[in-house]
Design a protein around this ligand. Structure first.
Ligand code: BGC
Length: 690
């Protein structure tokens, strides 16, 4: 018997044994992060944990675990292998603390830099998002731990998150916001999915037959189970609880399996009454229960522990991985006259300052559910102290130092009721990124801008290192400084990674997963209050499919830094593109192109070959260029490599509203090949002949 048949048999067996009230019991959470047990059948509690950046303290009985860099940092690596390794390591840590499901990855699209949870998510671009999500999910599940892509769907802001309805047209919903979920379901088979807080076109997702049963389950073939976001059916535990008015039969028929963490819709008496009144059948109930049981078997609930993958936590291996992720995700934004890298031999002293120099980010609930508390955290100061160790003096004297390093950026606290209003105001002025609140300005705080401009007047060799999880504007200081590094929230080993990049032990290779705009008005979602953050509980996605770089290109707006951009300490030459076949004839066909690239500088380094497609003639309006493939490649100085890159038919398709499906039209496509969304070096024409 195949393992699939064994799993199905087990599920059938359990389903036949369960009583109606036991089935009801399985539909809701029992405590914050676990479900009910039915011991007579060997059904143990299914324990879940946040989240995408590592195992959170709040969902692991206050334990400390490896704190990996933020989601946006992982996306900035453009490295699918690292995404797999990260997922696998998080899966192993989950196993080591007896959890069966990791609540991540976060797949929401960066519609606005103001979203307080941008740091958790990957990108403004659905292609990059899915390419990172797929290996991450595979990595987690390689340990027989369920992944839980979230928050399904169009959850792109925190303001009014329990009540706001995303008003969106069908093509945009599918092409931009559902796309990464669809591809992840089809290619990585995640065992669970979490619905979002917000409504979509005035319907809660947890009760939406259209979004769950019809799309996710029937159309895409999702085999796992759907759970709600925490307290979404009670609007965060509020008294109003409009969201819990959903009749249980509606949620059952829509395919919602698990309500977390407490029952409102699936409250036992409501279920009993609806069943007695014939509003749903046991067969319909079995459909959602079966899914839960199937996942329980997949995570090994009924197997002997010794037969399951062995977990491990807080190992050197995981800590090194956290450092490598940070190193590869750091983006060098500016480097005039190659002021970087610094040299340990030729530098006498560096002055180090700034509000993020000693700040630790890995604290309990810091920034919300994605917070991880590590056993230690290397701050930028600590990383530099280790690196300079007796060779370079570290000082605060900006006038005498050879270089000044300013550690700026945003903060990451969760405003809590214990904070005074003054502190909350200061946090907001500093620029806070966290769950439950959105940012309200794009720039750094006034005090940081003053500090940068005053410092650079005294010492022109002032380098800014940004620590934040979403785009910031820099118009009022960028011109004045010679170098800027974007280090994101870099995880527990961040200080070492930053020092390694500053001193050239690591050549930066990160590329922006989000456009950095000059000002917020340039951003497509910030046309009016109704487009962000919404009025009367509705937010209108008027920009449609033109999200991120697609908008800047269409409107001819110059960004501060474009999507896909990032400098290196070396230079790469894109030599030529070769194809043996340049015709594709089906959605699921793959064509291979080969890109010849040389490292023409004198340092080893990695470049990301990015391929954007232009649909020459289309029956619908399409973005000028869309990312459809990429590959990261490492080259020694003077080394040339010819890199095969896959072009998939389905990545050239658009969502066709009349057939309600993806469509690949006949005709020519120009492939623009380069190293950002605006820097192209090669071109190739391919033809779809279907
Ligand atoms: C967040 C989820 C998280 C859940 C459990 C919610 O507030 O939106 O992302 O997984 O809490 O902590």
């Amino acid at each position: 018997m195949s393992s699939k048949e064994i799993e199905e048999k087990k599920v059938e067996f359990l389903l036949n044994k369960l009583t109606l009230s036991e089935k009801f019991k399985l539909l809701t959470g029992y405590f914050f992060f676990q479900t009910h047990r039915i011991l007579r059948l060997g059904i143990r509690t299914f324990k879940v944990t946040d989240g995408p950046l590592g195992i959170s303290q709040h969902s692991s009985f206050l334990r400390k675990n490896t704190y990996f860099p933020a989601g946006i940092n992982l996306a900035a690596t453009w490295n699918k292998n690292l995404a797999f390794e990260c997922g696998k390591a998080i899966g192993k840590e989950a196993r080591a603390i007896g959890r069966s499901c990791v609540l991540g990855p976060g797949l929401n699209i960066g519609r606005t830099p103001f979203n307080g949870r941008t740091f958790e998510y990957y990108s403004e671009d659905p292609h990059l998002t899915k390419e990172i999500a797929i290996p991450f999910v595979k990595g987690v599940q390689s340990q027989k731990i369920a992944a839980c892509p979230k928050h399904y769907v169009a959850n792109n802001q925190e303001t009014n998150r329990y009540l706001v309805s995303t008003e969106i047209d069908e093509r945009t919903l599918h092409e931009v916001y559902l796309r990464a979920f669809k591809e992840t379901v089809e290619e990585a088979d995640p065992w669970t999915i979490m619905t979002s807080y917000n409504l979509v076109n005035s319907e809660y997702v947890h009760e939406s037959k259209k979004l769950l049963k019809d799309t996710l389950i029937d159309k895409w073939g999702f085999s796992g189970f759907v759970m709600t976001d925490w307290w979404s059916t009670s609007e965060g535990g509020s008294k109003k609880k409009e969201s819990s008015n959903t009749p249980p039969e509606k949620a059952i028929k829509s395919g919602l399996s698990l309500e977390m963490p407490k029952p409102y819709i699936y409250e036992r008496s409501r279920l009993k009454t609806a069943y007695r009144q014939g509003k749903f059948t046991e067969k319909e109930l079995d459909e959602i229960v079966k899914r839960i049981l199937l996942v329980y078997t997949k995570v090994g609930m009924f197997e002997k522990r010794k037969n399951l993958p062995k977990g491990e936590r807080n190992t050197k291996k995981h800590q090194n991985l956290a450092r490598r992720m940070s190193e590869e995700g750091i983006v060098l934004l500016k480097n005039s006259n190659n002021i970087l890298p610094l040299s340990l031999e030729n530098t006498k002293s560096i002055a180090v300052l700034g509000p993020n120099l000693r700040r630790k980010f890995g604290k309990l609930l810091n920034g919300g559910a994605a917070a991880v508390t590590p056993p230690y955290e290397i701050t930028p100061l600590k990383g530099l102290e280790e690196k300079c160790n007796g060779k370079v003096k570290i000082t605060k004297d900006i006038s005498k130092a050879d270089y000044v390093l300013l550690f700026m950026g945003l903060n990451h606290d969760s405003p809590t009721k214990f904070m005074s209003e003054k502190i909350i105001e200061e946090e907001i002025e500093f620029g806070n990124e966290s769950e439950k609140a959105d940012r309200n300005k794009l720039g750094l705080s006034e005090s940081q801008i003053v500090q940068i401009n005053e410092t650079v007047k005294i010492n022109p060799k002032t380098i800014v290192v940004l620590i934040n999880g979403s785009p910031v504007s820099m118009e009022d200081w960028l011109e004045n400084v010679p170098a800027v590094l974007e280090a994101w929230y870099p995880g527990m080993e961040g200080g070492r990674a930053i020092a390694n990049v500053l001193f050239g032990d690591v050549n930066p290779s990160g590329k922006l997963p989000m456009t950095f705009p000059k000002k917020i008005e340039d951003c497509p979602s910030h046309k009016s209050e109704s487009t962000f953050p919404g009025v009367d509980h509705k937010v209108y996605y008027e920009e449609g499919i033109y999200v991120g770089y697609k908008h800047y290109e269409k409107e001819n707006i110059e960004p501060l830094f474009p999507f896909g951009f990032g400098l290196s300490y070396t230079d790469f030459k894109f030599e030529e593109v070769q194809t043996t076949k340049n015709k594709l004839n089906a959605m699921y066909e793959i064509l291979e192109i080969k890109v010849k690239i040389t490292n023409v500088g004198n340092k080893a380094g990695s470049e990301v070959i990015q391929v954007y497609s232009e649909d020459v003639k289309s029956s619908v309006d399409r973005p000028k260029r869309e990312l459809i493939s990429f590959k990261k490649v490492f080259l020694e100085p003077n080394e040339t490599k010819t890199i095969p890159i896959e072009i998939k038919g389905k990545d050239l398709a658009f969502y066709d509203v009349s057939s309600k499906d993806w469509k690949l039209e006949k005709g020519d496509f120009i492939l623009h090949i380069g190293n950002s969304s605006i820097d192209f070096h090669l071109e190739e024409k391919i033809t779809v002949t279907n």
